[in-house]
Design a protein around this ligand. Structure first.
Ligand code: UFG
Length: 329
């Protein structure tokens, strides 16, 4: 009676954690991934796997029919903000156009529930922090715009067809499965905690601190770092909520509602390893807001989401454990 959940991008960082959470909770799952940035080994052997692009409507229609898919968690996409500035059409293809094709396949295939990986980048530079869902969405890069356009498509489709959706706007996702089954494997990552974990395990000699003159207590950028396993749990709650109330859709922030500066993150890494990593003070990256912190009241209220791993040292400890497990570069 539980519908099969199709997880796109299920071989990637966040998607692979969602697959574990679904499987641990007994949901039937099928994974779709191109393996362009994902890893086949990230998908458990007992989970059906289809190597395909979500932009391929025929392949998606076939997969939906063959597996009796009733809900989709759509993680697949491109995620590197600076790359989206130099190659915007890649983002409008892999994020916006591919999502459009997947949503159409979902509508035609009778899929009733759709959970979408959106981003805090849809808010651009927020006027106030913490940022609530009703704040203006004015992305400052093609990545954020490509995701915002997908949110807009989902709203229109949900109004016209028997499908409800939940767009989860992720803040800064970090950490790894506490049991060590999954983590962030992507090479050439740009995310602070991943980079710091690489430095702490000898794969880099230092970490750059991008900007020391932000309007924050210590001058470095402040972000809302959320453990990937708490984020995966939010997806399960979203799925249950969409099924329980098919008339309601959701657009919700996924963060903890507190921020840490770059220096505080690096201090946590030093604390956990008991070994200082070298810091290089550099200029700002283009487009970085001073601070980006979620107002997370709404997801807690609607879904009863109660994070279990809201602790910076825990996030860092799990990221480091995975980085060690990955072995030398
Ligand atoms: N930073 C450094 N040094 C680094 C990497 C990052 O100082 O080597 C700083 C950044 O300047 C920023 C903070 O660490 O202040 C976090 O940077 P990340 O690159 O880890 O993350 P961002 O906040 O820039 O962006 C992330 C995701 C986006 C998503 C966004 C939404 O990468 O995909 O969060 O909040 F859209």
């Amino acid at each position: 009676d539980r519908p099969t959940v199709m997880v796109t991008g299920g071989a990637g960082y966040i998607g692979s954690h969602a697959v574990l959470a679904l499987r641990d909770a007994g949901w039937p799952v099928v994974v779709v991934d191109t393996l362009v940035t994902g890893f086949r080994a990230a998908v458990p052997d007992d989970v059906p796997f289809i190597q395909a692009d979500v932009g391929d409507m025929t392949a998606m229609g076939d997969a939906i029919a063959a597996h009796g898919v009733g809900a989709i968690m759509h993680f697949a996409g491109s995620v590197v903000v600076p790359e989206s500035v130099t190659d915007p059409l890649k983002y409008y293809r892999n994020n916006t156009a591919a999502s459009r094709a997947l949503i159409e396949a979902a509508v035609i295939g009778g899929v009733r529930h759709f959970i979408f990986s959106s981003t805090a980048a849809t808010y651009g530079i927020p006027e106030t922090n913490p940022v609530a869902e009703g704040a203006p969405q004015r992305p400052i890069n093609p990545y954020g715009m490509s995701k915002l356009m997908t949110e807009a498509m989902l709203a229109d489709v949900a109004a016209a067809h028997p499908l409800n959706y939940c767009a989860l706007r992720y803040f800064n996702v970090a950490g790894a499965d506490p049991q060590g089954r999954a983590g962030q494997s992507t090479a050439g990552a740009t995310h602070l905690i991943k980079i710091a974990a690489e430095a702490a395990t000898g794969k880099r000699d230092s970490v750059a601190v991008f900007g020391t003159d932000f309007a924050t207590p210590d001058g470095t950028g402040v972000r809302d770092y959320i453990h990937v396993t708490d984020l995966a749990a939010a997806h399960l709650l979203a799925l249950e909520a969409l099924i329980a109330d098919p008339a309601t859709s959701h657009r919700l922030n996924c963060g903890y509602g507190r921020g840490f500066s770059v220096l505080e993150v690096l201090d946590a890494v030093d604390r956990v390893t008991n070994m200082p990593i070298m810091r290089r003070l550099e200029g700002r990256r283009a487009g970085d807001p001073d601070a980006l912190v979620a107002d997370s009241a709404e997801i807690r209220r609607r879904f009863g989401w109660r994070p279990q791993l809201d602790d910076l040292d825990t996030i860092v400890t799990h990221a480091l454990a995975w980085e060690r497990r990955l072995g030398p570069r």
